[in-house]
Ligand binder design. Structure first.
Ligand code: G1P
Length: 292
């Protein structure tokens, strides 16, 4: 039987250059989507899939993220004094009881593969998930990670989320070549990081969700710097294909690239439209605005 996925790694040491100047001081994962920061959306997805331990790989400058996931005693006292019970419960449940948050610092920006490797002492010898919070994925019933855990349980193997993208965009992603197993499920045959459109094996791009067996860590330890002089997770996945299966999850749902201003704005508008508290009013407002 497949081991349970209890841990999720969030590599969040990136500089956020695509969202400057908003992220000159503020960590990009703290930009808000409607009423909560992007990182909280990512954490909620992890929790939806049964994750109990959150491992943040941060840069020194991201104390604000630790603060967000720690009790704010002063705020809680004030809310209690003012009888704001609902708000008090909302802030107290970040994170919910029984969920642990652990932190490791990535001292140098040596790439996504290096960031995941930094989490090795905290992950130990267990299967684990990796979530890139920039890739925000919405689904109204089953989150992307829930869909992936289902495949992981069935196949007892690595799982990577993929999505079809326009050919001219493949050079932004890890891109995969596929093969089917006996049951017809799609597996990875090869993977290449940020290929030129005329060299891409397909238009199936990796998005920021992974489930790995512990084998990936040993491979990351020996992965040399690759594209952009960084230690690429994609290169370690390519090496993993020599010994293990990597299944593909063509997830259902809508992905937003919150690492770019356009994607972030699109996500904010669509999440606001879906929001229980403000959705209806926001929709009338937008309709009026567009009419003018
Ligand atoms: C990283 C990975 C890439 C993947 C992408 C998903 O790239 O290296 O393989 O397709 O995330 O968002 P980055 O966005 O860090 O350049």
């Amino acid at each position: 039987m497949a081991g349970e996925i209890n841990k999720a790694v969030f590599p969040i040491a990136g500089l956020g250059t695509r969202t400057l100047p908003a992220t000159k001081v503020l960590a990009k994962e703290m930009l808000t989507l409607v009423d909560r920061p992007i990182i909280q959306h990512a954490v909620e997805e992890a929790l939806s899939a049964g994750i109990r331990e959150l491992i943040f790989v941060t840069a020194e400058a991201k104390q604000i993220i630790r603060d967000h996931f720690q009790p704010n005693v002063k705020l809680e006292r004030e809310l209690a004094l003012r009888g704001k019970q609902e708000l008090l419960e909302t802030v107290r449940s970040i994170p919910p009881e029984g969920i642990s948050c652990r932190y490791v610092t990535q001292h140098e920006p040596l790439g996504l593969g290096h960031a995941v490797l930094c989490a090795k002492p905290l992950v130990g010898d267990e299967p684990f998930a990796v979530i890139l919070p920039d890739d925000l994925i919405y689904h109204d019933e089953r989150t992307c990670l829930q869909q992936m855990v289902e495949i992981y349980r069935e196949k007892n193997a690595n799982v990577v989320a993929v999505e079809n993208v326009a050919l001219e965009r493949v050079s932004r992603y890890g891109v995969v070549e596929t093969v089917s197993d006996r049951d017809g499920a799609k597996k990875m045959k090869s993977i290449v990081e940020k290929p030129a459109p005329d060299e891409a094996p397909s238009t199936l791009a990796v998005v920021g969700r992974y489930i790995f067996t512990p084998a990936i860590m040993a491979l990351l330890e020996t992965t040399p710097s690759g594209a952009g002089n960084e230690i690429q997770l994609t290169d370690a996945i390519a090496a993993l294909l020599g010994t293990e299966d990597v299944y593909l999850c063509e997830f259902q749902g809508r992905r937003y690239d919150c690492g770019s201003i356009l994607g972030y704005m699109q996500a904010n508008v669509e999440y606001a439209l879906r929001d229980e508290a403000i959705g209806a009013e926001f929709q009338s407002y937008l309709a009026e605005l567009v009419k003018d």
